[in-house]
Design a protein around this ligand. Structure first.
Ligand SMILES: C=CC1=C(C)c2cc3[nH]c(cc4nc(cc5[nH]c(cc1n2)c(C)c5CCC(=O)O)C(CCC(=O)O)=C4C)c(C)c3C=C
Ligand SMILES: [Fe+2]
Ligand SMILES: [Fe+2]
Length: 369
């Protein structure tokens, strides 16, 4: 394989085109042991995810984990798999990309394309960036769909982008949305989503905000993830008007034997069950699309444990998915980070209110200068 990719022939004075790439974690191609095995192998071989020395981890991963986990995980995936659309994480991400394309079409007049990729599995980061390159995108805005930055999620997604760029002869310019844990539009979308749910189903005694966990040592080594989750939790509680006794921030999905950041979601729900709490609602603000970790782990496993422990009603509040306030927030964030790469689409209705320079007015109203 040549070290650097052969590029399409360079053309003079071509119009600059921007690629906007949504990135999410990844998912197997099918809910089967055969499909889950290579996906888990790629995922768990990532040193950003498991930081154990390579040789030791290779033995544990290949000798133990990949012998047992694919079958169990495949059963879990089967329980959330949509007959028509497949993996929820994949199809929600695809829909978000299409909706963002439409939203930007209303707000931007320069050429651009929106696509999505998965860090592990398909569609791969390489395939999406290749497509953008073929379409002439010489600027790329990457948007890891993780509101809170973690090395194991955000940095890993960017590693895949940089690995591709290292092979590029004609590299595009790159910008990234590092995180949006305190973005006003994101908090507003979460608030509206929860309010809407409560309007339809009533309110709980306590709201659990459950975030994906990370190993405790990552916090000690300077990963901002834990703190960003706390900040999202505080801002969301303030926006919902909740007092400190009406909500808790917890961490789910512990993997392996090491200590992870606490409190654990499962232990908290069990405790609330033992205390005979009559109703808990769980929301997962760190996941902008529903996936295995929300639909199976929270809405099935944790729910069953809460009820078994003596708890009353358990409600899982769906992720933002295709929520219009969220697409709006994503659009606004994208525009802010695209900056001078694109020019806004002006129309006559907004012209009077927003155009400032006479040049802009001339463009909008078709006036001769
Ligand atoms: C929200 C961001 C995520 C962080 C941070 C994260 C860290 C992390 N994850 C694992 C191990 C697993 N995670 C799994 C699934 C999974 N994880 C995220 C997101 C984050 N992970 C998502 C969105 C999903 C769901 C994928 C889907 O297809 O729906 C899994 C696979 C499922 C299973 O077999 O249980 C594992 C394993 C670690 C070790 C880690 C941090 C070190
Ligand atoms: Fe994970
Ligand atoms: Fe899980």
């Amino acid at each position: 394989m040549p070290r650097y990719l052969t590029e399409p022939e360079h053309t003079h004075s071509s119009t600059a085109k921007t690629g906007i790439l949504l990135l999410n974690l990844g998912t197997p191609d099918a809910p089967t042991k055969q499909a889950v095995q290579p996906y888990l192998k790629q995922f768990l071989s990532d040193p950003r995810v498991v930081e154990i020395p390579k040789a030791i981890w290779w033995l544990i991963l290949n000798g133990i984990i990949l012998q047992t986990r694919p079958k169990k995980s495949a059963e879990k995936y089967a329980s959330i798999w949509d007959k028509r659309e497949g993996s929820p994480l994949r199809f929600h991400t695809e829909k978000q990309a299409k909706l963002l394309q439409g939203w930007l079409g209303q707000h931007v007049q320069s050429p651009f394309v929106v696509d999505y990729a998965m860090r592990y599995g398909n569609p791969s980061v390489e395939s999406a960036l290749n497509r953008m390159s073929e379409q002439g995108c010489d600027r790329i805005l990457t948007i890891p769909l993780y509101p809170q930055y973690a090395a194991s999620s955000t940095a890993s997604a960017m590693d895949a982008v940089y690995a591709y760029l290292m092979r590029k002869r004609n590299q595009p310019a790159v910008r990234t949305i590092k995180h949006f844990h305190d973005d006003a539009g994101y908090i507003k979308a979460l608030t509206e989503n929860i309010h809407k749910y409560w309007m339809q189903h009533g309110r709980p005694d306590i709201l659990i905000m459950s975030f994906h966990g990370v190993p405790r040592y990552t916090l000690d080594k300077g990963d901002p993830y834990f703190c960003e989750c706390q900040k999202t939790g505080r801002l969301l509680a303030e926006s919902l008007g909740l007092s400190s006794s009406q909500y808790r921030v917890t961490f789910q999905s512990r993997f392996g034997r090491a200590e992870w950041v606490k409190p654990y979601t499962a232990a908290t729900l069990e405790e609330l069950g033992h205390a005979k709490t009559s109703r808990v609602d769980v929301v997962c603000p760190g996941f902008v699309a529903d996936c295995l970790e929300t639909l199976e782990e929270i809405a099935m496993e944790v729910k069953a444990d809460f009820i078994k422990a003596g708890g009353g009603e358990f409600h899982y509040i769906p992720a933002l998915n295709e929520n219009s306030a969220w697409i709006n927030a994503l659009g606004e964030m994208t525009l802010a980070h695209l900056g001078d790469w694109v020019s806004p689409a002006w129309d006559k209705s907004t012209a009077q209110q927003t155009a400032t320079s006479s040049q802009q007015r001339a463009i909008i109203l078709g006036a001769k200068q």
